[in-house]
Design a protein around this ligand. Structure first.
Ligand code: GLP
Length: 244
């Protein structure tokens, strides 16, 4: 197994360690393809990237990005959409070019065609690094337990647990979309490098299952045990159930 585990004291240190990995990719390859993620876990990393861009001029002008996922039915006009999140938390504050930014379109007229479009795009854009968070049930992107490891971009019916976990970003549970479009697990595994960040006690079971459990579709993140280059950065709470 080639998961490199880094345990940090807290969220800030987790974000600082993740930034070191990201900065190494961006400076060694200024036209790198970054696979990016949403959620609260990567926000500290994105802040570090913005601060570094402002203070040190690290440039993203040749960088291309591909995001993991989007809610079905939400677009840039909704502040709950992932396209909005990415602009608000990162893209608007660095010099990445809008034409180099890619997310699945949650408002496409034909969502099956959108899945095919995104998978075809990903085939031309191997991620130099794919950033991931992890769901409390072990999901990556929005690939819920039971998703085949061979999956490519797909439409997911969100589990109740995931909708409840994400309800904190919405006015009420009813407003959380029921479906999402997500890069598949095979698309994630195609990345040259994986950088997964997780913090908090509610991620401890998922991190244990990912690292020490069997490789099973019941824990989508467990497939990462078979990836050649994974950096897993977790705070002490998320690491608290690991046996070593
Ligand atoms: C969502 C996203 C995932 C993310 C997960 C964890 O369901 N689709 O990509 O990893 O939530 O989010 P958070 O970092 O907010 O805990």
């Amino acid at each position: 197994m080639s998961i490199k585990l880094i345990v940090t004291k807290n969220y800030q240190e987790m974000s600082d360690e993740a930034f070191k990995v990201m900065k190494e990719v961006v400076t060694s390859k200024p036209d790198a393809i970054l696979g990016l993620a949403t959620g609260s876990s990567p926000i500290g990393l994105y802040k570090n990237m913005i601060n570094d861009h402002v203070a040190n001029g690290t440039s993203y002008s040749k960088i291309k990005t591909v995001n993991l996922d989007e809610y079905v039915g939400l677009g840039a006009e909704s502040d709950q959409s992932y396209v909005y999140f990415m602009h608000d938390n990162l893209f608007n504050h660095i010099d990445v070019k809008e034409e180099n930014v890619n997310l699945p379109n949650g408002k496409a007229a034909d969502m099956d065609a959108e899945c095919a479009r995104y998978t075809a795009l990903l085939a031309t854009m191997q991620q130099d690094v794919q950033l991931l968070g992890i769901g409390a049930n072990g999901h990556i992107g929005f690939n819920e337990p039971g998703t085949p490891f061979a999956s490519t971009t797909n439409i997911v019916k969100l589990k109740d647990k995931t909708r409840q976990d994400n309800a904190r970003f919405f006015a009420s549970l009813d407003e959380v979309p029921t479906h999402a479009i997500t890069m598949g697990i095979a698309n994630v595994m195609n990345a040259k490098k994986i950088l997964l960040v997780a913090n908090g006690k509610n991620k401890a079971d998922a991190i244990k299952a990912m690292v020490e459990g069997p490789v099973t579709e019941e824990c989508p993140a467990s497939i990462l045990q078979r990836h050649a280059d994974v950096v897993l950065i977790v705070d002490e709470d998320a690491a608290s159930k690991l046996s070593k």
